[in-house]
Design a protein around this ligand. Sequence first.
Ligand code: S3P
Length: 167
Amino acid sequence: MNIVLIGFMGSGKSAVAKILSQILHFDLLEMDEIVLQKTHTHTMRELFDKGGELLLRETEIIIAREYAHKKHLVISTGGGVVLNKIVLDYFKTGNGKVFFLNPPFEHIIERVKNDHLSSRPLWKDLKVAKELYDFRLPLYHSYADVVMNIDSESAESIAAQIIHKVH
Ligand code: S3P
C-alpha cells in the first residue's frame, strides 16, 4: 500500500509525509522534487520559465505512472495534481490510499506567506490564490479516500491519525 497526501499549497503535505515515512519505514516521494530533477530545473519558477505550467502537469503524470505500482511509498503531491484526473487514477490503481489535508484557508496563508515565490509561482497574490483554492476544493474532496480536517494539530499528530486510519 502507498499513502498519498493531497491538498492545497501550504497544507502541510511535506512535513506530514516526512514523519509518516520515518515512522512507517516507507520511502518518501516528494513529487515536486522529482519534477525538478526530471525537468533539469532547480526551482518551480525556473520550470515555469522553461515550459510553463504544462511542463509541470505533464511531468506529474509521467511520475505518477512511474511510481504508482511501487510499494510502501509515502507520496507528497504538488497542490495541482488534482487538475489531471489521471494522476490520482494511477496512484489509486497502484493501491494508494489518498488523504486530503484540509486546514482552513487562513492557516494556509500563514504558512505560505513566509515562503519564497520561487517555489510557488502560481501563488501570485491572495486573490488569485483564493480563486485557485475555491476551484480546487471540490476536486480534493472528490479524490480523497479520507478527508483530514485539520485545525491546529501538529504534523506529528496528523501523521499519527493517518497511521491509525491506515491500520
Ligand atoms: C502547485 C503547488 C506546488 C508546486 C507548484 C504548483 C499548485 O506544490 O507543485 O508550484 O499548482 O498548487 P506544493 O503544493 O507542495 O506547494
